[in-house]
Design a protein around this ligand. Structure first.
Ligand code: GTP
Ligand code: MG
Length: 300
């Protein structure tokens, strides 16, 4: 859409796992677009969130955390993050101020320096730490001499976030908006629904189990009564995992389904009938179709 002196830009949110990228995306967009959990490697693909500030459309790219990948899915996730960075006009590197300069964050800074991409650094989770620690961290980041700007933010409380957004908006090039001004994301509803269930699964399952699961929305049927019936499959890799996901007398799956359904009803503003099916598919993480479904490169 072209509008007078409209401006538009892509901003990639990069960072190690769990630093708060998705929380920040949701905060700047003002809606829950990307799922958030206390576990690392929650986000598996690039998620677009669109923020309007006056005549500027900022298209934020939430990305999977960057770390040393070992398996195919992890490689594809990390590749999705780097490809978002390549596509973006600006890069915001998020650091968890409470965790400090972890190995993953340091490695990421080195790589960004190698690529010589101008980068803004945002120290997140400042609500968790005391000013002296924050100052120490800021000064060690400043000695890098690499970042164009430093912001201290809390994606959770919103502290400092609008200063960061304003800085980004200033640098937006003139150009037409790429999305209608009231659009918040381009994530298809079927995928958003699967992500919501995955979030509940991540929150309710312990240890490594969440990483052995994947969700796909198989059916989406409008009902005559105005509601919608959504059928989703939860893929696990072993029968023993299926037993845990289902739980004793189906209690676990019921509980996951019921919280997911509540959130879906709020999102869709209507009755949702959610049916979750658990299937063992030993090799889901080695099948190209799953990568295609969630927009990842199988051969990354
Ligand atoms: N206290 C505090 N917690 C935060 C803040 N931002 C994010 N968190 C929490 O940090 C955890 C991880 O947040 P996410 O937004 O999922 O982090 P992420 O970087 O997207 O993580 P991955 O997708 O796994 O790479 C969640 O428990 C959030 O609630 C913050 O500013 N303050
Ligand atoms: Mg995330």
């Amino acid at each position: 859409m072209v509008l007078g002196n409209s401006r538009c830009m892509f901003v990639a949110l990069l960072g190690a796992p769990n630093v708060g990228k998705s929380t920040l995306l949701n905060r700047v967009v003002g809606a829950k677009i990307s799922i958030v959990t206390p576990k690392v490697q929650t986000t598996r693909t690039r998620i677009v969130g669109i923020a309007m500030r006056g005549k500027v459309q900022i298209i934020f790219l939430d990305t999977p955390g960057i770390f040393k990948p070992r398996q195919r899915l992890q490689r594809a996730m990390v590749e999705a993050a780097w490809s978002s960075a390549r596509q973006a006009d600006s890069i915001v590197l998020l650091i968890d101020a409470n965790a400090g300069l972890t190995e993953d964050s340091c490695r990421l800074i080195t790589k960004l320096k190698d690529q010589n991409r101008p980068t803004i650094v945002a120290l997140n989770k400042i609500d968790l730490i005391k000013p002296p620690r924050l100052l120490k961290l800021t000064s060690s980041l400043n000695t890098e001499g690499f970042f164009t700007d430093t912001f201290m933010i809390s994606a959770l409380t919103g502290d400092g976030v609008e200063d960061l957004v304003a800085k980004l908006a200033e640098s937006a090039p003139t150009g037409p908006w790429l999305y209608p001004k009231d659009q918040l994301s381009d994530v298809p509803l079927r995928m958003l629904a699967a992500e919501i269930t995955r979030e509940k699964l991540f929150l309710q399952l312990q240890n490594e189990l969440p990483y052995s699961t994947a969700i796909e929305t198989e059916e989406w049927n409008e009902r005559k009564d105005g509601g919608v019936r959504i059928d989703q499959t939860i893929y696990v890799q072993r029968n023993s995992q299926k037993m845990i996901v289902v739980g004793k007398n189906g209690t676990r799956i019921k509980s996951i389904g019921s919280v997911a359904r509540c959130e879906l009803e709020k999102l869709l503003e209507r009755r949702v009938h959610l049916f979750l099916h658990v299937k063992v598919r030993r090799d889901w993480s080695e099948r190209p179709d799953h990568y295609r479904t969630i927009g990842l490169n199988f051969n990354a």
